[in-house]
Design a protein around this ligand. Structure first.
Ligand SMILES: Cc1cc2nc3c(=O)[nH]c(=O)nc-3n(C[C@H](O)[C@H](O)[C@H](O)COP(=O)(O)O)c2cc1C
Length: 166
């Protein structure tokens, strides 16, 4: 199968998620894993993807413009050729939420935006949910970079299984 995994990442966490997913799909598939800035959405769409997985970080309560723009251009490129992906899924990293997290920046605000973005992508089957991964603050870095929650590899593995089973 022709698998595309496209992400945005500034501090490397989403790149790690993308690469972990690539590893989980490599058996028997042709896997393309790219930063959104390095691949044309048209090229990905015209390759007739069987599986497309898209993810990235939030920026001030919104999905990063880089990955949102890529996904929307990808969706338009598929539609303009009368194509659809076989299966589509999305993931998002986000800061750890607590009672002090402003509602706008919280995952509860960002997750529905990912669902809406996924709904724009024509696909025979789409994942019902969004894989969300907590980014924990790294001591002394002011919370902008951070590291993924301890169990992130298990979350990614279970997401990959769900995509395969769609
Ligand atoms: C400018 C900026 C804005 C951010 N806004 C949010 C936000 O609204 N909500 C949130 O949960 N995390 C926010 N974050 C933290 C990101 O979740 C975190 O940096 C990102 O998930 C790390 O992904 P990466 O390592 O792939 O770049 C923000 C980070 C930056 C740099």
């Amino acid at each position: 199968m022709n698998v595309w995994i496209v992400y945005d990442s500034k501090y490397g966490n989403n790149k790690q998620v993308a690469e972990a997913l690539a590893g989980l799909f490599k058996e028997g598939n042709e896997v393309h894993v790219h930063h959104a800035k390095d691949i044309s959405p048209k090229e990905a769409a015209e390759s007739k993807p069987d599986i497309v997985l898209i993810g990235g970080p939030p920026r001030a309560g919104m999905i990063s413009f880089t990955i949102k723009g890529w996904a929307q251009r990808f969706a338009r490129a598929l539609k303009s050729k009368g194509l659809q992906a076989g299966k589509a899924g999305v993931w998002g990293t986000h800061g750890v939420n607590d009672a002090e997290t402003p509602a706008k920046f919280a995952w509860a605000n960002i997750e529905p935006k990912w669902k809406a973005l996924l709904a724009e992508i024509p696909a025979a089957k789409s994942m019902p949910g969004v894989l969300g991964i907590n980014i924990e603050e790294k001591e002394g870095e002011g919370g902008l970079g951070g590291v993924m929650e301890a169990g992130w590899k298990d979350l990614v593995a279970s997401f990959a299984e769900d995509v395969k089973a769609l």
